[in-house]
Design a protein around this ligand. Sequence first.
Ligand code: OOG
Ligand code: MG
Length: 257
Amino acid sequence: MDIYSHLATQLDNSILQRKAIERISLSYPDLTLSDAYQIRNIGIRLRESRGEKIVGYKLGLTSLAKQEQMHVSTPIFGVLTNVMQVKNKQAISLKNYIQPKAEPEIAFILGKDLRGKVSPEEAIAACSGFCAALDIIDSRYIDFNFTLIDVVADNTSAGGFVLGSIQQPGKVDLAKLTISLIGNNVSIAQGNSNAILGNPINSLILLSQMLTEQGSYLKAGSIVLSGAATNAMTLKPDLQVMNETENLGYAALVSMP
Ligand code: OOG
Ligand code: MG
């Protein structure tokens, strides 16, 4: 087995066994960002071999808050599959995760394919809807301790996601929306959509470019999480977590033991 497959299998076993592993850059300090994306792609193929379907993408480290929290400074992207989706307001069992946290995000639904370098107007026009979302991050590395290379190989900690009800584009200006993270009805953190690369639509523009550079494109129907504007909140038993975003509504989940 080559190194990429070996490392992708280690990460995949961590998902299947729900047991965190040591970050891969400790044993392989020379891995590059491009190596990390290749390991990630093999990991996705392992999921596909179990019947999972790709439904979209998530941007990571698109805000200063997240870059500082994780000590890394470049936006990256991961892949979302159908089994990661949790219905709005649904309960999840913490047993199905390793060390999950939730973060409030804004999501886009693509109505048309998008590829290459696009303008904000073209990106908005390609969307069929926007919504409030929760990104459930669940690093496969002990204590969420990773470098940029590690976290890309680990599919940007993707563990799950929740979408709120879809709003029609055109009715909402995404540039300056208050995003509130609420735990058991208590405000935990507040952010603003302008913390996400100035405007979350820039995440979509960046993703279109990154996918094109990797020989791919954004297909109609894809879900895109644009990245967190606040720190993440650790999920504990009997916790209701909600992202309430100005003009967009909410996305919520309940975590059970
Ligand atoms: C990495 C994933 C980052 C975001 O929104 O910035 C991310 C992590 O924090 O584990 O999802
Ligand atoms: Mg996120």
